[in-house]
Design a protein around this ligand. Structure first.
Ligand code: DAH
Length: 340
């Protein structure tokens, strides 16, 4: 018996060395160690031996089994490495082929327009200021000359978090926040791009939208400065031939106040559906900073004056790109977004 085991061991060693694939090796394993394999049968036959023989043969057979398992594992690794090397040798990589282009994202149309607006004003010497979107009633209304129960508050359908905290309804609160930081230094020359929130939702209103605010404070700032700056802006963003007009308006934080219209970008002023056949499109509110607001910000209205303006970025993007539904900006439809 022991002799038989020795013979099997030797032949197994040769057989394992001769296997050249993982399949072959596996077949060999089944033939020897499998349920009906040679070694398995040998071990089962032990019970026919007498106790003394059983001890010796059993030990040898078990050793053989363990050795075989080790050898098979080793060979398995050898073959795997060989196969990988062959694969690597045969694999031809053409490093001169052009790469596969990954999917690249792009900028959102509102980001593009915001950046364009920023660039225009930065080119005129403005810098950028920011403020919180969760704002106090004080900065959003009070310091802008809209005290509690002021009728002008009705125009801004406000999300109240509690009696004193709101989601800002416009970027104007950053006016007073900036003044507080700067006063009494001049000049102040900032724009404030940012998200604002109102309880509104239809084709031309969204509960979240984007504004750009502007504020200039210096000695002897006049309405002429306001007009010149905003005409320049309109021509830069809508083209040199755009015409501009101002209409008197009311905002509690400016005095006097105005709204600026541009000649309709669709019909060039002839009258069409977009401009409700008036030839004009309203694009922003503006005015001379109310002396009360200057005071809230820490400036002496006798010593300095200023102008301010605020515009909706979605509206400008809609006019510039000819988009008729504001909700498209927020639907995340790639077919829409890919066009910009
Ligand atoms: N904050 C105003 C609004 O959202 C827009 C505005 C009008 C801003 C006139 C100004 C301004 O700075 O002077 O309706």
């Amino acid at each position: 018996m022991l002799e038989k085991i020795r013979v099997i061991a030797n032949s197994c060693k040769d057989n394992i060395a001769r296997t050249s694939s993982l399949e072959e090796l596996n077949e060999f394993r089944v033939r020897t160690l499998g349920r009906k394999g040679e070694i398995t049968r040998l071990l089962r036959g032990l019970k026919e031996l007498n106790a003394e023989e059983r001890l010796a043969v059993g030990k040898a057979a078990n050793e053989l089994k363990e050795n075989l398992e080790k050898m098979i594992a080793l060979r398995n690794e050898e073959i795997s490495i060989q196969q990988m090397e062959i694969q690597l040798l045969n694999e031809k990589i053409d490093v001169t082929l052009p790469g596969l282009p990954g999917q690249r994202g792009g900028k959102h149309p509102l980001t593009l327009i915001s950046e364009e607006i920023r660039d225009i004003f930065c080119g005129m010497g403005f810098s950028i200021a920011e403020g919180p979107e969760i704002e106090s009633d004080y900065y959003n209304f009070e310091a802008l000359n809209m005290w509690r129960d002021h009728p002008a508050r009705d125009m801004q359908d406000t999300f109240y978090i509690n009696d004193d905290i709101v989601l800002r309804t416009h970027t104007s609160p950053v006016q007073v926040r900036t003044m507080e930081k700067m006063a009494p230094q001049t000049p102040v020359k900032i724009i404030v791009p940012g998200k604002v929130y109102r309880k509104d939702d239809d084709a031309t209103h969204s509960p979240m939208f984007t504004q750009v605010e502007g504020l200039v404070i210096d000695k002897a700032i006049t309405f002429g400065n306001l007009k010149g700056t905003l005409i320049m802006f309109a021509q830069k963003i809508f083209g040199e031939d755009v015409r501009v007009r101002y209409r008197p308006s009311f905002f509690p934080f400016t005095e006097p106040s105005a709204e600026m219209d541009i000649s309709c970008v669709m019909c060039k002023g002839a009258g069409c559906r977009v401009c409700s056949h008036t030839g004009w499109l309203e694009i922003l509110g503006a005015g001379m900073v109310n002396p009360r607001v200057l005071k809230y910000g820490g400036y002496d209205p006798e010593a300095v004056s200023g102008f301010a303006f605020g515009m909706g970025v979605e509206r400008i993007a809609m006019l510039k790109y000819g988009i008729n539904d504001l909700r498209l900006f927020f639907d995340n439809d790639k077919r829409f977004l890919q066009q910009f």
